[in-house]
Design a protein around this ligand. Sequence first.
Ligand SMILES: CC(=O)CC(=O)SCCNC(=O)CCNC(=O)[C@H](O)C(C)(C)COP(=O)(O)OP(=O)(O)OC[C@H]1O[C@@H](n2cnc3c(N)ncnc32)[C@H](O)[C@@H]1OP(=O)(O)O
Ligand SMILES: NC(=O)C1=CN([C@@H]2O[C@H](COP(=O)(O)OP(=O)(O)OC[C@H]3O[C@@H](n4cnc5c(N)ncnc54)[C@H](OP(=O)(O)O)[C@@H]3O)[C@@H](O)[C@H]2O)C=CC1
Length: 293
Amino acid sequence: MAQSIRKVGVIGAGQMGSGIAHVCALANFDVKIHDVAADRIKQSLATINGNMARQVSKKLISEEQRQAALQHIKPAASMDDFGDCDLVIESATEKEDIKRKIFTELCPSLRPDAILATNTSSLSITRLAASTDRPEKFIGIHFMNPVPLMELVELIRGIATGDQTFEASKEFVGKLHKTIAVSEDFPAFIVNRILLPMINEAIYTLYEGVGNVEAIDTAMKLGAHHPMGPLELADFIGLDTCLSVMQVLHEGLADSKYRPCPLLVKYVEAGWLGRKTQRGFYDYRGEKPVPTR
Ligand SMILES: CC(=O)CC(=O)SCCNC(=O)CCNC(=O)[C@H](O)C(C)(C)COP(=O)(O)OP(=O)(O)OC[C@H]1O[C@@H](n2cnc3c(N)ncnc32)[C@H](O)[C@@H]1OP(=O)(O)O
Ligand SMILES: NC(=O)C1=CN([C@@H]2O[C@H](COP(=O)(O)OP(=O)(O)OC[C@H]3O[C@@H](n4cnc5c(N)ncnc54)[C@H](OP(=O)(O)O)[C@@H]3O)[C@@H](O)[C@H]2O)C=CC1
């Protein structure tokens, strides 16, 4: 029998951490959520509340389920609060040094048998695992954005990930009613290995003046039936995350076809990170999103 998971910790209360806490709570797991800034945790709880209310209004869940799920989520003021968790999922900013620092601070607080997972979009699971005290209990559980709506989760084993860890993670994801795609531990795994170069190419298409933001997004929505245009999707993911993934692909696979578009670099340097900062390829500060190019 796989190791049973009942209490889940989430580190990083951004868009993904909030989504992960949301789906775990709806599946009756007890959830604790932590971030560097206490304000972020408050914001995250409000976002989860709002997103669950949206699900109630669409009749996807009942009001009772929403109330019960909200009771399952508690803020974690420090790493010590994760001492009774069976699984902790790290979902902080896509930077290796940030994630390593979190693991160094977190591991002494964890039970020896606790599983440690990362929601990284691209980084080596094997390398991250090596920075912890439990490589055999370390795994990649990669959710898709927006977590409550997307059906897929990628599972990625590092070289040392144990069978028990893998089986327990599989069982956990099953309880969230998500479908699993197993990926080998290579830069950006499966979804982002394919999706992010497409988004990067859309940004090159903009950079080289082949089309403007509106033309590129309309072309891919109506011409290829994508639910969002690639630039709208880049803003949705976060341009900082898009750039980090392209850098990992470029460095990890040493192929110039993964070179991040200079225009993507410029937007990130400007702090125009997409929806989360109200400006990216679109400006979200008004009533309707307005293209910035
Ligand atoms: C980068 C990585 O590592 C991996 C990734 O995740 S890559 C990204 C993968 N995701 C995609 O490709 C998403 C592509 N887009 C889609 O599939 C669809 O547009 C969608 C599912 C996101 C929205 O579908 P829709 O039926 O149009 O949803 P709709 O009810 O109109 O709501 C759209 C809005 O709610 C969000 N949303 C809807 N329900 C939600 C919920 N329960 N929880 C959280 N967000 C929700 C949407 O993102 C969007 O936000 P705003 O209203 O704030 O603008
Ligand atoms: N965006 C997406 O579509 C997807 C992202 N992912 C991955 O999920 C992870 C999170 O991404 P996402 O939620 O989009 O990013 P966000 O920027 O929305 O959230 C990241 C959060 O982590 C916080 N954080 C930074 N450092 C620490 C720390 N030391 N301890 C605790 N929290 C910290 C940030 O705080 P502050 O802002 O104050 O720095 C922020 O609140 C990344 O690894 C990303 O690659 C995976 C799938 C999809």
